[in-house]
Design a binder for this molecule. Structure first.
Ligand code: VGL
Ligand code: ZN
Length: 195
């Protein structure tokens, strides 16, 4: 079952890229292929109702403090221009794609990135785009629940938008078992509606 959409709703599709969504990806999330299918159903419903559909794309340089080899957390993933960074080939794309991390910034939200040199938080184009289009409500789907979906949903709330996360259209990395479930509670506590 998909959610209900209208022209004042935006569907924000977070990081449905090969490295997360394909079982052969370097940071493959369990349940990734199911998320692609569930996301496509939301995209069809949203596009059919005239909602705004927008996509984010994790877009890292080859060397970044985001990666374990450079002192960070993660295996190398979503390097600019590589197969892993491409949106999953089965994903239906019906809107703008915003890349994050182009200049080595890290962080997880679709709204902000952290400058690797100054440490300052810098906005992406997402909030401006949503405001410009008169968006009044957000639906956030994609990968991964406990990182980029979490951060994007929480910052969407901070911007003042009601936010809904349909739980069948997200999946968690679960670096620690239970991270996905803890995220669910955290989102609920922040006033995010989890469906
Ligand atoms: C993500 C880990 C590292 C995400 C991105 O899209 O949730 N997770 N980079
Ligand atoms: Zn990343």
């Amino acid at each position: 079952m998909t959610l209900t959409y209208d022209p004042a709703t935006a569907l924000v599709v977070v990081d449905v890229q090969n490295d997360f969504a394909d079982p052969a990806g370097s940071l493959a999330v369990a349940g990734g292929p199911e998320v692609v299918a569930a996301t496509n159903a939301e995209v069809a419903a949203a596009a059919g109702a005239g909602a705004v559909v927008v996509y984010t794309q994790d877009w890292h340089p080859a060397d970044t403090p985001h990666f374990a080899k450079d002192g960070g957390t993660w295996p190398v993933h979503c390097v600019q221009g590589t197969w892993g960074a491409q949106l999953h080939p089965d994903l239906v794309v019906r809107g703008d794609v915003l890349r994050k991390g182009e200049h080595g910034e890290d962080g997880y939200s679709g709204f902000t990135m952290r400058d690797p040199v100054s440490g300052k938080s810098v906005p992406t184009a997402l909030a401006g785009l949503l405001r410009e289009r008169g968006v009044e409500r957000l639906v956030v789907v994609g990968l991964a629940t406990d990182y980029c979906v979490r951060a994007t949903a929480l910052e969407g709330r901070e911007h003042g938008w009601p936010v809904v996360v349909p739980w069948d259209a997200v999946a968690a990395v679960d670096l620690e078992p239970g991270d996905g479930e803890r995220t669910r509670q955290e989102l609920l506590d922040a006033g995010v509606e989890v469906e």
